[in-house]
Each structure stands twice: as C-alpha cells, then as structure tokens.
Design a protein around this ligand. Structure first.
Ligand code: URA
Length: 271
C-alpha cells in the first residue's frame, strides 16, 4: 500500500472540503475572535431556541424551533423600536437588543454615523472589520470612497448626511447578511427612517436593495427611484446606487454612479 504523507493528506482533506462546497473557513455561528487568547478553549455561543410542546410520539420538525425564536426576536425588535420617539432612544434600543445572533461575534454595535435628521440617509449593507472595530459604519476603504462620492454632491457625514446599514453587527467573514438577520434589524431601520424623516434614502448596493425593497439586481435597479414603505406607514423616496466596494473593484462603473449622484442631488434640491 502507498504511504500517504501529511501534506498529501492535508491536500486531500482540503480538496474534499472544496468539493463539498466549503469555501470559507467560518463556523455556522459567530465567535468573538477578538476575545481569543492563544489556544484557550472557546465555547460556541448558544443558539437561541424556543421549544414548543408536542403530543407524545410526534417530533417537531427541527427548523420550526429556530423559526419560533426568530419570530419572537423580531417581535421584540418591533416592540423596542415602536417604543422609541427620539433618535437617542432608538440608538439605546438597538444597543440593548440581543436578538440578532451576529451580536455574539461582533466587537461593537454599528448603528449610525452622521447627522440624525439630515435630509439624506444612506443605507448600506453591513459593518465590515474596520466598522466593527470603530463602532461606526463605512469607515474602511469603501467608506472612504463613499465620503468622496458624497463630497461630490456637497454632502458629508459631518454636516448634512446620516449613514447606517441594514444590519448592525458584522457578519462572519463579511458574508452577505442573511434574510433572517436583516428581518431582525428591519424594525430599527424602519423606525430610524420614521424618526429622522429624510427627504431621500440612498440605498448603497444589492443587499440593502433586496432587504429594503425586496428587489434583486442592482445593475438594473440602480438610478431608478422607488419608495421605501416602513412598518409605521412612512413612504420615503429611495435611490439604489452601486455600493462603493463594488466601485472599488469595477471603477469603470463610476460613470454610472456619478449619474446617480447627480440624480440624487437634483432630488434633494427640489422643494
Ligand atoms: N460596507 C457597508 O455596506 N457598510 C459599512 O458600514 C461598511 C462597508
């Protein structure tokens, strides 16, 4: 029999993982990697589940227990958000909310940056590593490009723009937020829109487009105004635009992004 050396064995295992569809070295539930020291054992955060009683002999289907707990967490988010009448109260409520599993693996809650009550609200996808560290949205490379895009239409987070995301905790390995995660944060996003009453929302990228409007395909949706409808009945005009991280990868699309920014600026100048 051929002898298999350790390197070949490791390659074989990696090949097998790849064939099974594993393409990221992350666990299914978040871990706070910042708190890891050396090789200390880390216990995975407990998944929040609510068990329902079933008659003897009947087994509840496994997914329903998580569905119940997610539904309950969404209700909690709705209740917390609805109780807020000010931006400050909402900010506190988001930070107190423990129903989103991503929070367990995040260093910080990343809610907003900028001027609450500004007539422009930018909503992006999710905090990345830099944002998680800083506790502020859009501070990494994509954030720097966003700042330049805003400056091109006389906008800045210091003066006249508020910035947020559809989720407030960093997903592991910066993956796209899951529908469950955006649903858990949505009551707070809706309440943010209702409380700050922007004249327009700039939706930065495909993930927030899907989360806020249920529309897929940023290539076709960009540059076309739609209304965001909140749970409390507000209707606010929203313009989907390319995400700045996409523009960093595909700078040829900056031409279209510039047209969208002009479009946004025109709308903001209307009475
Ligand atoms: N990308 C986003 O969508 N949001 C951030 O806060 C940072 C990067």
């Amino acid at each position: 029999m051929d002898e298999i050396n350790e390197q070949d064995a490791a390659h074989a295992v990696l090949r097998w993982y790849a064939e099974m569809g594993v393409d990221e070295a992350v666990a299914p539930s978040p871990s706070d990697f910042y708190s890891w020291t050396g090789v200390a054992a880390v216990t995975a955060p407990k998944l929040q589940t609510v068990k329902t009683k079933e008659p003897p002999g009947r087994q509840p289907p496994a997914p329903s227990s998580t569905t119940v707990s997610t539904d309950e967490a969404i209700k909690t988010a709705e209740r917390l958000a609805a109780a807020c009448d000010t931006f400050e109260a909402l900010n506190e409520a988001v930070r107190s909310f423990d129903g989103c599993p991503l929070k367990a693996g995040a260093k910080n809650t990343v809610f907003t940056d900028g001027v609450p009550g500004a007539d422009l609200l930018v909503i992006g996808e999710a905090p990345g590593r830099d944002e998680d560290r800083a506790g502020k949205p859009f501070v990494g490379r994509a954030g720097q490009l966003l700042d330049k895009m805003l400056a091109a239409i006389d906008r800045s987070r210091d003066a006249n723009t508020l910035i947020s995301n559809v989720i407030f905790w960093r997903p592991p390995a910066n993956r796209t937020p899951a529908a469950m995660e955006t649903a858990l944060c949505r009551p707070f996003v809706d309440r943010l829109i209702e409380i700050t009453e922007p004249k327009a929302v700039m939706i930065a990228g495909g993930a927030p487009l899907q989360a806020l409007l249920g529309v897929t395909g940023i290539m076709r949706a960009r540059g076309v105004w739609r209304d965001i409808e909140t749970a409390g009945g507000a209707r606010i005009p929203a313009l989907p635009v390319f995400h700045p991280a996409f523009l960093l990868r595909q700078p040829a699309n900056k031409r279209l992004a510039w047209a969208d920014l002009q479009n946004l600026a025109r709308r903001l100048k209307e009475r």
